[in-house]
Design a binder for this molecule. Sequence first.
Ligand code: HPA
Length: 288
Amino acid sequence: MTSRVDAAVRTTATRVTEAANLLRERGVQSPRVGLILGSGLGDLADEVADAVTVPYDEIPHFPLSTVPGHAGTLVCGMLEGTPVAAMRGRVHFYEGYSLREITFPVRVLRNLGAEVLVVTNAAGGLNETFTTGDLMVIEDHLNLMGMAGQSPLVGPDEPELGVRFLDMLDAYDPELRKAAHAAAAQAQFKLQEGVYAMVGGPAYETMAEIRFLQRGGADAVGMSTIPEVIVARHSGMRVLGVSAITDMAVGPAAVNTISHLEVLAAAERIKPRLIAVVRGVLASLASD
Ligand code: HPA
């Protein structure tokens, strides 16, 4: 028998199909790679050729972003010989959405055909060898919200979407991480690599929280990405995550007060290198 809670939530798959069908009607071709562009990093979508652009508010069930710097459009087309669907803007837990709602677009990208998810974000640096402006390939994550019982997979099971008990070892694809480093080397810069921790936000961390995260092995901290990565893995996608270190939470460069505007300004400076990394990874996928 289907319980009431089942009936209420077992609709994700149906909603995903409705959203994907609308996008197909709009002329979106099957993407190979889904791109999520984080705070201040959305301009990469301008580089997509032969683009079909659909505002989020025209896509059924898509969550709408409300934060400055997170305009919401899906841009589908070609980048470096690879069909992509780029999310210009994403929503965050702190905007009041559930993790299930936040990750809905990833399910739609998968339904359209994406096999790979490249997810970017702005993050605070916790590793004292990092500096503001660095890019960090995510090697692994600390899912603080998940450890506290908040996961996009919480709720009635929908086996058509993925398995109930998800393996998260090697969630961040070693081959894609290698391709990211190779792309950076080609463009003559180095990438950091490390562990990303997600907090719920929207308040930034206290000094005690920063020390806690550092001692727990986190190299960077942000307010996004992990839910999307979980859902991408749940639906069988390979994942690359890259953090733009927009401020240093620790060390000599640490500032006591950090603002969203500073984060956006730093993301702006980092953007050209991030674009080089994403382009290089896409080119390596095209030649697979
Ligand atoms: N903490 C959390 N989220 C962030 C930060 C930070 O220092 N910088 C950018 N996003």
